[in-house]
Design a protein around this ligand. Structure first.
Ligand code: GCW
Length: 695
């Protein structure tokens, strides 16, 4: 007896220790209250998962009975569900699982369970992993791939399976129902029999959580893997090769979701190599997966080095093809027209493609927003894009409504997020980066969700209550006042702070490529480098001013937007400050709406960003009594590094631009502590250590 007691004590101590290393994400264990679950007699892996989640997480009335009902109902769409006093009703098994997670989330965050239907805004809610077969992750800041490992394609270990299961569960808990397992810069190897074996193993683990498996494919796979002479999408031998491949995949993974394709883009092969169009390429693959119910997600991230304005190219290439795509093709467009910058106006493709399904692609991994070092809560950025009015079908045609099926009739709707997950113990490198995985799923489920509410939910689930304790609703007055309120504010301000200290007022793409797009590089232009990969192409700083002229007399990118936006963006007097230098090249003494000169306004933004991070440090330091030591220390260390690096950004950009403006930095701005020469010479800000899960 005594021994048993001791081992329980030890086990719970171990649980507590492990529980706060961030690995449990927003799903930290709770001591369950007894509950009886009535599920449909039909035995299925998904229903078993739902039942098990309820039993291990129930925090409602002890001894309650919860009924899970599979029932078609007019108010329920896709994998939606209805919560009621009796339990969860849904039309699909996935819907049951999502309803269960919602019920538990409400219990844990102290929200009442309303009797209403909850339907996903998008049919497909997908993570894109930029993971390579050798285990590296392009733009990954949280360690190596959870799916692939060098030289071990065939060996599936118990640890792999546990990790994939934890990953699938986290996805299911926020409604993500698909994962693209490999990089869009795809290796042809992924379609080899050897790798497909591992894809099957992954799919088998993801399936009981309702997560379907997808693959990125290289367009030239028939040549590179199949030994054919061509990958021309209209060539019968090529079509036959893809048909055979699809058959092989579906034999292994009967619910395989389909292909994601980056083609004729950034040096990747594509239909244009054979004089064919994006539609020819996408339709060929779409016809092949159609009989299996598969999708083709065809990326619109295309631009060539010769174009005068990279921001215009996707629109120019895809608009003439509107209506030419099969109904199981979705064009996947990044939120902005250039490339996941800290701030971009929405991509003009949204709403403009009217007879073709378009899906937004967001970047969860923080390529341009501070990697896993800087604290950047990205939901406000995604909300800003989703709620932007395109005016393409009258006022109120927001990006969300143009892509989720509300405005245009389209067979399918989807949203994708480039994942930030890796082998690090806390999955995302920075504990706060987990909030972006969480918020992405929740926004794909409900495109009108509010960032503030998602931040609060996530904070309650992630930081409230010691692990192992039965949950009290997260409403302790002191916790709410001293932790929840200030840390929510910190999160909500975090993305704007990065915009301010790196690329304010519509500046973009001025980072250095030397350190993988982390630090400043307004000067970065190695000899021979293609211009549209260098910052001077984007900021155009000169004695006469700064910014990219995209007005009607400039590159005319403004005309890709529907009125009244085209006119609004075209006139510096009406163009929002946030996009000013995106659309305009303006003199340094240009009079801003604030009455200040452009130069002074720019300096104030840079300084404000730095001061904001200092404020984040103070807020976090005050939060110490409410956070376990491990996560408190980890976040504190990251904020310190970010704070120093924010100063590097401010100093580098102000000193660099000052060479052209020849104007003094106003006295209210913190004076530079670096010289431009040392910043250029070092071109590498300090990095912070991150916890690594040992392989
Ligand atoms: O943002 C750029 C990245 C590349 C990426 C590319 C893309 C996967 O720097 O790393 O490649 O976009 O989205 O295809």
């Amino acid at each position: 007896m005594k021994q048993l007691f001791l081992s329980i004590l030890l086990a719970s101590a171990a649980l507590q220790l492990r529980a706060e290393d961030g690995h449990q994400l927003w799903l930290r264990p709770h001591t369950a209250v007894p509950v009886t679950v009535m599920a449909p007699a039909k035995s299925s892996a998904l229903l078993a998962t739902a039942k098990q989640e309820l039993q291990q997480g129930w925090q409602g009335r002890a001894g309650a009975t919860v009924t899970l009902t599979l029932n078609k109902d007019k108010t329920i769409k896709y994998d939606g569900f209805r919560l009621s006093a009796q339990g969860v009703q849904a039309a699909t098994e996935r819907g049951i699982l999502y309803g269960v997670f919602e019920l538990l989330r409400r219990q844990q965050t102290g929200q009442p369970a309303a009797d209403e239907a909850s339907n996903p805004s998008y049919e497909f809610r997908l993570l894109n992993h930029w993971d390579n077969p050798d285990g590296s992750v392009e733009r990954g800041y949280a360690g190596k791939s959870i799916f692939w490992r060098k030289d071990s394609a065939l060996v599936v270990t118990k640890r792999d399976k546990t990790l994939w299961q934890e990953y699938a569960r986290a996805n299911a808990s926020v409604g993500i129902n698909g994962s693209v397992l490999n990089n869009v810069n795809a290796s042809p190897m992924i379609l080899s029999a050897e790798y497909l074996g591992r894809v099957k193993a992954i799919a088998d683990v993801l399936r009981p959580y309702g997560v379907r498996t997808y693959l990125s494919v290289k367009f030239s796979s028939p040549v590179l893997l199949g030994g054919l002479k061509t990958a021309d999408p209209l060539d019968p031998a090529v079509i036959k090769w893809w048909q055979g491949k699809a058959k092989e995949i579906y034999q292994q993974v009967p619910d395989f979701g389909g292909f994601l394709v980056k083609a004729s883009s950034e040096g990747q092969p594509g239909p244009q190599d054979y004089g064919r169009t994006h539609a020819d390429g996408a339709n060929m693959l779409a016809d092949i997966v159609k009989p299996y119910g598969g999708l083709v997600m065809w990326r619109a991230f295309v631009y060539s080095p010769n174009d005068k304005d990279r921001a215009k190219q996707a629109y120019n290439e895809f608009i003439p093809l509107d209506g030419k795509f099969r109904d199981n093709v979705i064009i996947q467009a990044k939120n902005g027209p250039v490339d996941f910058q800290p701030r971009e106006p929405f991509s003009p493709l949204f709403g403009a493609l009217k007879k073709t399904a378009v899906m937004p692609e967001f970047q969860i991994t923080q390529e341009y927003l501070g990697h896993a070092i800087d604290l950047a809560y990205l939901a406000p950025m995604w909300e800003e894009c989703l709620q932007s009015d395109t005016y393409q079908a009258g006022p109120g045609s927001t990006v969300a409504r143009c892509t989720n099926g509300s405005v245009y009739r389209q067979a399918h709707s989807a949203m994708a997020g480039v994942s930030n997950v890796g082998l690090d113990t806390n999955w995302c490198g920075n504990d706060f980066a987990q909030a972006n995985w969480y918020a992405f799923g929740r926004l794909a489920w409900n495109s009108s969700a509010k960032s503030a509410q998602l931040a609060e939910e996530w904070l309650k689930l992630t930081f409230h209550n010691a692990a192992g304790a039965a949950t009290q609703p997260a409403n302790t007055a002191a916790w709410n006042t001293n932790f929840l309120a200030p840390v929510t504010q910190l999160m909500l301000a975090s993305r704007e702070a990065i915009v301010d200290y790196s690329m304010p007022l519509g500046l973009h793409h001025i980072m250095s490529a030397t350190h993988g797009h982390y630090g400043p590089g307004p000067w970065w232009a190695p000899p021979g480098m293609r211009a549209d990969w260098t910052p001077p192409y984007y900021h155009q700083a000169a004695a006469n001013g700064v910014g990219f002229d995209r007005t009607k007399t400039g590159s005319d990118a403004v005309s890709q937007y529907h009125e009244p936006l085209a006119s609004q963006f075209n006139d510096p007097a009406t163009c929002p400050d946030a996009y000013l230098l995106w659309f305009h090249h303006l003199p340094w003494d240009f009079k801003m709406k604030s009455g200040r000169t452009l130069w002074d306004e720019l300096a104030l933004h840079y300084d404000h960003g730095v001061q904001q991070v200092r404020q984040f440090q103070r807020t976090w330091d005050q939060a110490q009594p409410y956070v376990d030591a491990e996560r408190f220390g980890a976040v504190q260390a990251k904020l310190r590094t970010q704070s120093g690096n924010a100063v590097v950004w401010k100093d580098a950009c102000l000193l660099y631009f000052q060479q052209f403006s020849h104007l003094p930095i106003q006295a209210t701005v913190e004076p530079p502590m670096h010289t431009l020469e040392t910043l250029i010479a070092n071109d590498m800000p300090p990095r912070s250590p991150r916890p690594i899960r040992q392989p």
